[in-house]
Design a protein around this ligand. Sequence first.
Ligand SMILES: NC(=O)c1ccc[n+]([C@@H]2O[C@H](COP(=O)([O-])OP(=O)(O)OC[C@H]3O[C@@H](n4cnc5c(N)ncnc54)[C@H](O)[C@@H]3O)[C@@H](O)[C@H]2O)c1
Length: 423
Amino acid sequence: MSSRPDALIIGGGMITADLILPSLYHLQRTGMIGDIAVCASRSSTLRVLASHAGIRAAFPGSSFRPWPDLGAPGDDAQPLLYRRAIESLRPRQMVVVAVPDHLHHEVVMTALRSDQHVLCVKPLALKHSQAVEIARTAQSRGLFVGVEYHKRWDRRARVARAGYRAGRFGELVMGEAKLIEPYRYRSSNFQSWFTVENTDPFTYIGCHYVDLVRFITGLLPVAVSVVGIRRRFPNGNEGFLWSHARVTWENGALVSVTNGLGYPDQAAGSNDQGLLLYCEGPGAAGMIRHDDHFRGVSYAFTDQPAQGSSFQFTSPDFFQLVPWEGEGLRPIGYGFDSIEAITKSVVCLEETTRALQPAAALEERRRQAALIDEQGIIATPSNSAVNELVVEAGRLSILADGETVRIVSGTEPRVERGQQGGS
Ligand SMILES: NC(=O)c1ccc[n+]([C@@H]2O[C@H](COP(=O)([O-])OP(=O)(O)OC[C@H]3O[C@@H](n4cnc5c(N)ncnc54)[C@H](O)[C@@H]3O)[C@@H](O)[C@H]2O)c1
């Protein structure tokens, strides 16, 4: 039996195919993790994943254990199968949570109660109390939970953080962030869950840039107002398909966050995104501008790609599969770096405590997890719980037509409706 942790991914959709499974296959073939399993609610999802041409070409010979079986008769949804898949693991392996936003809390808690480390896609949960519960449970059991805010691994975010924290930009006063995902997402599996009662564009992707503003500046958000635009998916379900948020920060700074599922499929790039922060210092203004859409690479293809236009702004920064010195292709980019860093933390916690007695091992795992919390580079339930306050406030606000919702700090921070103004 391998001493490396096995990985079980719950959810076999877009983010698993585009980022998580290729990253884990690479970590497996370079010796960091052991077996990989994927659980989805339907076997048809896993058949598509298992036969994904791009993944097969990059990782010849790699495969995952499917839950349910690829040949399972019928295709009825099995929404609770993930519990059996988690129970099948030895203690303290790694469960990767990649299900729709509103299911994260339930799946993460099931994994923790089953003594598993967790990597969870963002947002960790939709309520602050859920993040607190996750943090407490992980701490008491000496388990590590990493939240996959991969933009923190984008080099430009680290450069900006270093400059901001060194005082080189002054203090944030006004800014805007946007992330508009492709229009074609409306025809994807999103139409089954991206509905008004479950989530919205600010919760889904706005949280990346709110996290990034905090990651760079260290400032705390104190109020959120989100207005959403309702549209119908092709299957008739109603979702907020555009959102416009105003986030107020503790120093009075304001940042607009624009999100949507509406970047034209025929346009260059696969989405539109970027960050602009204006700051003030003594006698001068400072500025941070990240064009995360056009990263300096344009390709015109002679054929029509399976997705997107034949003229593309390609990002070599987020995630690509490229030739390397080994077989197939390897993943590069901040998406991979983020998954690698969280997985490495799990491996390190386990490897450095394996020889210890259980009580000492527990104490040591807790100590190491607390250090990662404190360092604040990898997002954890504790050090990024403010994101859950923002998401919770954003959900309340969007369902109340943009009413400002305040974030009240203190030993038990909470969100509060019915207050006017920002800070
Ligand atoms: N940039 C990012 O960081 C990023 C990008 C995309 C998605 N995400 C996050 O990843 C999550 C999934 O998004 P996606 O794009 O893959 O969505 P998707 O709709 O393509 O896939 C969702 C998957 O979850 C599975 N699922 C649903 N309920 C399940 C259950 N009870 N048991 C097992 N599997 C279940 C479905 O089978 C499906 O495979 C969302 O929370 C989203 O916010 C993050």
